[in-house]
Design a protein around this ligand. Structure first.
Ligand code: KG4
Ligand code: ZN
Length: 360
């Protein structure tokens, strides 16, 4: 049974995890930096990389201790080396290379976006295999998946909103992506407009629950009849104008105004509904284009309750990660690395951090 240590430091979470056989999560430690970035309402790259330096070794030690294993028990060291903030990536990549070299173990670099898709495969120790009776579940199929074209993959997070044709865990191609903001970024920016805290996604999701999604009609940017790309910046501006009024040429800038507690639920619910409707329309287009038999969703926004509810009875089966594997974590990297390990695909010790995804 191959046991892999995963390391994640692409953005503002320092994480390490021990995963057996690519799916059994023996430990999953995440040191959040939310408190450090909250007052800036977004991630400050320099602060993030400094915090990674402080957190990385204790987090790795915790992950090993919680999995009751030592460095000797590991078969490989995995790290998310792309995409992300360069200063942040460098800390994880350097730690992983140092461990791999000093322990004489293989190093496996993985793409963070690909790992978000893979996160649907993860489960805790003692939990049964997921989707056992479901013939369309990618977990049933060894790579490559037998029913290619298999799944439309959607990664929706703070840094990414992109759709993929997923034929196997190593055969993935980009079919659409955001031309401006990522959907999680729109949640965070709209939260700032509404005077809410950071990260905005979980807060808007919670407040939306008690609001009327049809109260305010915000735009759904679809970008042309057949486009598989996304755009969320117009929606964000529309929320801004709704709250503060539309600025007029040659008039002084409108004063900052935050909605009242009574206004918030309908605003949050209507914004969230616009995001969900857009995602559903794009997924349907992706399925029509690829002939996919299922949908895989990963990334922070896949934790959204409204989105999960809306996709409960979708046209094809939809697979979400467990809640704890939606936002950034290292278990997804260790899990995906197992696929590469089995294929004998290893990285050399001159692996470099890369800021953009392998899927352009
Ligand atoms: O995957 P992630 O941890 O980091 C990136 O790779 O970007 O995603 C973080 C993003 C943030 O923008 C956060 O607001 C959003 O995911 N998010 C949510 C929810 N939970 C986290 N957005 C909507 N609803 C949620 N429940
Ligand atoms: Zn992420």
């Amino acid at each position: 049974m191959a046991i892999i240590l995963g390391i994640e430091s692409t953005c503002d979470e320092t994480a390490a995890a021990v995963v057996a056989e690519g799916t059994i999560v023996r430990s999953n430690v995440v040191a959040s930096q939310v408190d450090l970035h909250q007052k800036y309402r977004g991630v400050v790259p320099e602060i993030a990389s400094r915090a990674h330096i402080e957190n990385i070794l204790p987090v790795i030690q915790d992950a090993l201790a919680q999995a009751s294993c030592t460095f000797d028990d590991l078969d490989a060291i995995a790290v998310a080396y792309r995409p992300g903030l360069i200063g942040s990536l460098l800390i994880g990549v350097t730690a992983a290379k140092t461990l791999a070299w000093s322990l004489g173990k293989p190093l496996i670099g993985v793409d963070h976006v690909q790992a978000h898709l893979y996160s649907i495969m993860l489960r805790g120790e003692g939990q049964g295999a997921r989707g056992r009776d479901d013939k369309s579940h990618p977990a049933l199929a060894p790579c490559p998946l037998p029913h290619a074209p298999c799944s439309v993959g959607l990664v929706c997070s703070g840094g990414h909103t992109a759709m993929y044709d997923v034929r196997s865990w190593t055969d993935i191609s980009l079919i659409g992506s955001t031309i401006d903001d990522a959907v999680g970024e729109a949640y965070d920016k709209v939260a700032a407009i509404l005077g809410l805290s950071y990260p905005g996604g979980p807060i808007i999701d919670r407040i939306a629950f008690s609001g009327d999604p049809a109260a305010i009609v915000f735009p759904r940017s679809l970008l042309g009849k057949e486009s598989l790309d996304f755009s969320f910046s117009g929606l964000k501006t529309s929320v801004l104008y709704h709250v503060r009024g539309v600025p007029r040429k040659d008039a002084p800038p409108l004063p900052v105004r935050f909605p009242t507690q009574q206004e918030l639920p309908n605003l949050c619910a209507s914004f969230q509904q616009a995001c969900i409707d857009t995602i559903l329309i794009k997924l349907r287009r992706g399925i029509a284009k690829t002939g996919a038999k299922s949908v895989i969703i990963g990334g922070g926004v896949s934790a959204n309750r409204g989105l999960r509810e809306a996709l409960r009875s979708f046209d094809v089966p939809v697979y979400f990660p467990e809640m704890r594997f939606c936002t950034d974590n290292a278990a997804m990297s260790a899990g995906l690395a197992h696929v590469l390990y089995e294929k004998g695909i290893f990285s050399s010790l001159d692996l470099d951090a890369v800021t953009y995804s392998q899927f352009h």
